[in-house]
Design a protein around this ligand. Sequence first.
Ligand code: ATP
Ligand code: MG
Ligand code: MG
Ligand code: MG
Length: 435
Amino acid sequence: MRLSRYFLPTLKETPSEAQIVSHRLMLRAGMIRQHAAGIYNWLPLGYRVLRKVEQIVREEQDAAGAQEVLMPTIQSADLWRESGRYDDYGKEMLRITDRHGRDMLYGPTHEEVVTDIFRNNVRSYKNLPANLYQIHWKFRDEVRPRFGVMRGREFLMKDNYSFDLSKEDARKSYNRMFVAYLRTFARMGLKAIPMQADTGPIGGDLSHEFIVLAETGESGVYVDNALLQKPIPENVDYDGDLQPIVDEWTSLFAATDEKYDPEKDEKPAGDVVNARGIEVGHIFYFGTKYSKPMGAVVTGPDGDEVVVHMGSYGIGVSRLLGAIIEASHDDAGIIWPESVAPYTVGLINLKAGDAACTKTCDDLYAALNAAGVEVLYDDRDERAGAKFADMDLIGVPWQVIVGPKGVAAGIAEIKNRKTGERSELPLDAVVSRFA
Ligand code: ATP
Ligand code: MG
Ligand code: MG
Ligand code: MG
């Protein structure tokens, strides 16, 4: 992409409405623009990163055996009356009436819809386990939408739902998601720690929130420092027994302050610190809470009807962009981990008015594109200082800087955005360096 043609309205000034750094940087880097409180337009740069994050989530869900579907955003209130949640859900639910006077709603979550799909289409235990996911927009009329995409009213969530014959089987589905989540967040360069979370009336130990530590986070947590050093499981066999991995991660203390109260509860063992964090994911086993009232049953191996056991699993896909920036930025701007970076290389032409320099940059741009390298090319006729500032702000991991002197000498300067390290490379070695 040529910057001269890119729809990228960057801002020099810090927007006064933004209280935290990720919100400020997303506005300044031209990623998002607010449409109404907690509702955002995603501009080309922001949308590009959103899709990269989404793709990592998708790949890890697929690897863990979940299947992607797409459910409607607008739901019928009748299903929620069946589950008993229509009146309970309260003001966070955006309620809509259609022209025939039917009660509809913009889905804040999809347990009812997916349970309806299941009960209408699955009859036998032989079709279990089942796990359906979607990556789609939710609406929650939050009391205090704030911090940009961190707490929006409309936001992108990956949500999935598992169906099993028994609690033991449901635990296996839960474990698959537990491990898939560890891997998903790590691929984005995040340390998201699974923490025991409140299970409410369901009870039990099968609820974990995945939390990224950050001072600006809205969740209070107690966490054993040793968890921050734990290596992420690799080469996972999702058909195998994942309980040892889950046990290993849950043997060290980590809980949200809704679950653990230092005044009342016993002091946990380990080097436990009180910190703040961002909830980026949440997994939850809730048994027959929806399947029972809604009649989601299958015929079991001995011919009896069995009410299925369910779990639900959410990832805040749009919130993750905020979390990644909170975890990875400096005074100059965003520092994208390569896995989610909008472009791998930012090519800077230091002198757009110089014919030889521009020719070299144009050729380099074409060659990088041809080699499949994602490159953002600053071909604008601007001061070098402004170009450096914009490229640092956008946070592309590698900058390739080409000026008239370099062209004469046959070299480009390479800068690593994260470390600031600079090196020189022969012009004809640039493409192979990144391809
Ligand atoms: P929170 O405690 O932050 O309100 P939640 O517990 O209500 O979140 P869940 O119902 O567990 O949210 O939804 C799954 C995931 O969706 C959350 O872990 C979070 O990452 C994301 N999420 C929830 N609410 C929002 C929001 N208003 N804006 C952006 N992401 C959100
Ligand atoms: Mg909430
Ligand atoms: Mg929560
Ligand atoms: Mg939650």
